[in-house]
Design a protein around this ligand. Structure first.
Ligand SMILES: Cc1ncc(COP(=O)(O)O)c(C=O)c1O
Length: 448
């Protein structure tokens, strides 16, 4: 490494926060020079096969010519204009696409800057919806009386344990209160109702008992619950668990029964990762509000979307405020929308389902058998996600270094080594990822 790189890294270490990283004793960061297809090239010249898709987002691979062109062409027209009072084709086309691709009846779109903000927006929508509904009377025909429902009492949220929805305040409040990384803020966070996490796995036989506690909370507290939020099928950061589609179906039914809005956080799962375009398709259901992010621009720019039904949008707009009370500066950024449009078109013109199927097949043949390794307690695969759960937590400082030495970029946490490569990954590249994992499993220093 030349001096310049050393200086850059020294400055980085002294002055720049990294995600969930100490400022006084940070683990080393690696200086990246460039990235292409599935390969990240470090400033030192080392080439790493990427198993992370930069946290789920880079689905088409790095430095994609089609996405590059979309970005350059849009930048020649305008990089940004405010979205208040102005609009533009990239945003309109993107919203047309999102409405046509997501399950009905989602037909109104709010664009924002990141996954956490998309969740924040979803929660605000649900709360503002019920405040706007106020007190409503419904006739009970047989008795010729009116029953009154005070919807303004619906100010709380319901979620399940092991969830992760982001780092802003409302999003933090619905993360797992213990493992969700935000325990330190416990005293200031709003307290939602927490049901136990789903336990029946994706491929296991379904048992109704799995929603027993959840049903009880709905029955007892629905008068005060505005929305139920969950990651569909894959609980990501909270444990990389794949739960049963029937669980999601039951959630939809409970939300309908008790007049609770159903928010699905498809930020990690959206756009194909699980083998369906959206994970809720496994259960053949649709939410009232859906959050998208990460894959939306295929790793190019930060952009997120919150979709809702016409009824939610109408109710909010007919309420006292007369509008939805949110409006970020970079809302509908044209560069991000243009890349998102190009990414969606790319997805539609490639056989992504075949690619995901091939990755899943490769993982089933080569990753699942690692369960017999003495250091492994479980392996699981869904679509282009492969997970290895280990007996001991990883030693991050050591394992990260070893993975880099072995030519891969994999970033485990706790007892989880997981990979979700770009959809264009080749079998030879998957082989390198799995070989590296197999090697470190036998290295004591990589575990605590
Ligand atoms: C399911 C889910 N929701 C929300 C978020 C937050 O997204 P962002 O990091 O873009 O704010 C994440 C990020 O990992 C996520 O996995």
């Amino acid at each position: 490494m030349n001096n310049n790189c050393t200086d850059l890294l020294a400055f980085d270490r002294q002055h720049i926060w990294h995600p969930y990283t100490s400022m006084t004793n940070p683990l080393p960061s690696y200086l990246v020079e460039s990235a292409e297809n599935v390969t990240i090239t470090l400033a030192t010249g080392e080439k790493l096969i990427d198993g992370m898709s930069s946290w789920w987002s880079v689905i088409h691979g790095y430095n994609h010519p089609v996405l590059n062109e979309a970005l350059v062409e849009q930048s020649k027209k305008m990089s940004h204009v405010m979205f208040g009072g102005l609009t533009h084709k990239p945003a309109i086309e993107l919203c047309q696409q999102l409405i046509s691709l997501t399950p009905e009846p989602l037909e109104k779109v709010f664009l924002s800057d990141s996954g956490s903000v998309a969740v924040e927006v979803a929660i605000k929508m649900a709360l503002q919806y019920f405040q706007s509904k106020k007190i409503q009377s419904t006739k009970v025909p047989s008795k010729k009386v009116q029953s009154k429902t005070d919807f303004t009492k619906k100010t709380k949220l319901l979620t399940v344990r092991n969830g992760y929805h982001g780092d802003t305040f409302a999003a933090m409040s619905v993360c797992d209160p213990v493992t969700g990384m935000h325990q330190i803020f416990d005293k200031v966070l709003n307290k939602p109702y927490f049901a136990p996490a789903p336990t029946i796995k994706f491929n296991e036989d379904w048992q109704e008992d799995d929603v027993k506690e959840l049903s009880k909370i709905f029955a007892e507290h629905h008068h005060e619950i505005a929305a139920f939020i969950i990651e569909p099928i894959v609980q990501g950061t909270g444990g990389m668990n794949f739960y049963h589609p029937e669980y999601l179906k039951a959630c939809r039914q409970l939300c309908d029964k008790y007049d609770v809005l159903f928010i699905l956080d498809e930020i990690a799962t959206g756009f194909g990762r699980t083998g369906k375009l959206f994970a809720c398709e496994w259960a053949d259901i649709s939410p009232d509000i859906m959050c998208l992010g990460k894959t939306l621009t295929a790793g190019y720019l930060t952009l997120a979307a919150t979709l809702c039904t016409d009824e939610i949008a109408q109710t909010i707009s007919d309420g006292d405020a007369g509008c939805f009370m949110h409006g970020p500066t970079y809302m509908g950024n044209p560069l991000a929308c243009a890349v998102a449009n190009a990414s969606i078109k790319l997805l539609q013109t490639t056989d992504w389902q075949k690619n995901i199927g091939e990755i899943e097949h490769y993982f089933s043949e080569n990753l699942l058998p690692l369960v017999s390794h003495p250091r492994v307690t479980d392996t699981r695969v869904l679509g282009a996600i492969g997970v290895i759960e280990t007996t001991q937590a990883v030693n991050m400082a050591h394992i990260q270094k070893r993975f880099v030495e072995l030519g891969v970029w994999i970033r485990p946490f706790g007892k989880l080594i997981y990979i979700m490569p770009p959809y264009i990954v080749k079998p030879s590249e998957l082989a390198i990822l799995l070989k590296a994992i197999t090697i470190i499993l036998s290295e004591d220093e990589c575990f605590i």
